[in-house]
Design a binder for this molecule. Sequence first.
Ligand SMILES: Cc1cc2nc3c(=O)[nH]c(=O)nc-3n(C[C@H](O)[C@H](O)[C@H](O)COP(=O)(O)OP(=O)(O)OC[C@H]3O[C@@H](n4cnc5c(N)ncnc54)[C@H](O)[C@@H]3O)c2cc1C
Ligand SMILES: NC(=O)c1ccc[n+]([C@@H]2O[C@H](COP(=O)([O-])OP(=O)(O)OC[C@H]3O[C@@H](n4cnc5c(N)ncnc54)[C@H](OP(=O)(O)O)[C@@H]3O)[C@@H](O)[C@H]2O)c1
Length: 433
Amino acid sequence: MTLRVAVIGSGPAGIYTAEALVKQAQEDVRVDVVERLPTPYGLVRYGVAPDHTSIKSIANYLRRVLELPEVRFLGGVTLGEHLSVEDLLSHYDAVVYATGAMVDRKLGIPGEDLPGSVAATDFVNWYCGHPDVSASMFTLDSAEIAVIGVGNVAVDVVRVLAKTADELSSTDVPHDVLERLGASQVKAIHMIGRRGPEHAKFTLKELRELGELANADVCVRDDEAVVLGGDFPRQIRGNIDVLQSWAARPPVGRPRRLDVRFWLRPVEILGTDRVEGLRLERTRLSEEGRVVGTGEFETLPVGMVLRSVGYQSIPLPGVPFDERSMTVPNEAGRVRDREYVAGWLKRGPTGVIGTNKSDAAETVRTLLSDLAGHDRTQSAPIDALLLERGVRPVTYDEWLAIEAAEGALAKSLGRGERVKLAGLEAMLRACRP
Ligand SMILES: Cc1cc2nc3c(=O)[nH]c(=O)nc-3n(C[C@H](O)[C@H](O)[C@H](O)COP(=O)(O)OP(=O)(O)OC[C@H]3O[C@@H](n4cnc5c(N)ncnc54)[C@H](O)[C@@H]3O)c2cc1C
Ligand SMILES: NC(=O)c1ccc[n+]([C@@H]2O[C@H](COP(=O)([O-])OP(=O)(O)OC[C@H]3O[C@@H](n4cnc5c(N)ncnc54)[C@H](OP(=O)(O)O)[C@@H]3O)[C@@H](O)[C@H]2O)c1
């Protein structure tokens, strides 16, 4: 008998789940990795910054999983649109949801919906060439931009904004997007933390990279770099030291300027038809450790506000969802009978790619122990049902054709190894000429 499992989502969590199933199962196993896009790898392809090529190369590891004989890639198939939970449960012994966290958290302040107030999710999707976002979505015509949040995504976003098109030319950024980045009018970028340097979420390696930008001076104010107390973990101590060294370093007149600010919270995005400014309030910590306003305000004359305050999962039709934690409630990955969850949908949107490996292994241990000794489904593969509904999944080989077309495009443009094709149609044309 064969154990048949559907994994929904082909990001790191989904692919590590498929790998763990093949490695851990003591019986014949078949895994279908169902993905709404024609392309695998989730945020490794559409999140990890284009200039972080060594991290992007994790795709080479994930690729080997999709090439296992027990694993199949079914691209262009969406749970909730083409398939329901009931369809999956009647065709597989178990289902693992690994659809990540696709939308932005809200700030909840006036002006948040003005044109020019942009979610980092959209901006990241834009420079990563995600088919949900068109290349014409952003024009960088403001001289000053604010980025709210001091996590690693905010660091990615400010780095991309600070670099020149030349510096990004060898990356896989879609060509139209690269041209828009080349035409950028941005002179000043303000990265805003609502607490102090010791509370920032970015990691030391990523922070240090900002200090190496060839095209931007990085500035920190003396008074905002001050940190009370001295007993911090090594990573945080490292962040503080780097920030304080920048506070002591005068700008040298590079074309752009990045101001890393602390103890300021956004209270209103100003403007009538579009963003014209950002009103901030100075903050401090209350005795209970909460961020509170001091009643002292300042306004930045920015034409764009990028909100990088975290991602969030969305409910899947027919799957339990906790609206408070914005995750699928689970016990060691078990949601309900024969339904499991992994990755950001299980834990929330934190953690690096590798975190999803142990997380997926835990889910698979639960799944295999629950299903041990149970009868296996005799149902036919899901293919006939999809065909009946007019859905022809993108196969792994078709994905390879998309990849090859991206390589050919890079070559024709004289750019690096690959340039992303913009839009679903271009991808489908490349794999189904
Ligand atoms: C901007 C950004 C940059 C990052 N950079 C790094 C980095 O440099 N290094 C690092 O270690 N970590 C990085 N991370 C973290 C890392 O990307 C995550 O830990 C990881 O991607 C989470 O994996 P996941 O599989 O849960 O989600 P995802 O990677 O988001 O994968 C989810 C997949 O599910 C698919 N899907 C969604 N809904 C459906 C549906 N209804 N039906 C079918 N498929 C669906 C999606 O298309 C997607 O392919 C970054 C995160 C972000 C947001
Ligand atoms: N190179 C890499 O390894 C890399 C790159 C990108 C992402 N990632 C990972 O992906 C995960 C997600 O990253 P992320 O940057 O999206 O999230 P994050 O690390 O949670 O950072 C979110 C930031 O937004 C701030 N914030 C939240 N709500 C706010 C509000 N209402 N007003 C002002 N600021 C607010 C947070 O401040 P508070 O702390 O005060 O809440 C924090 O600074 C992280 O685990 C990250 O490490 C890794």
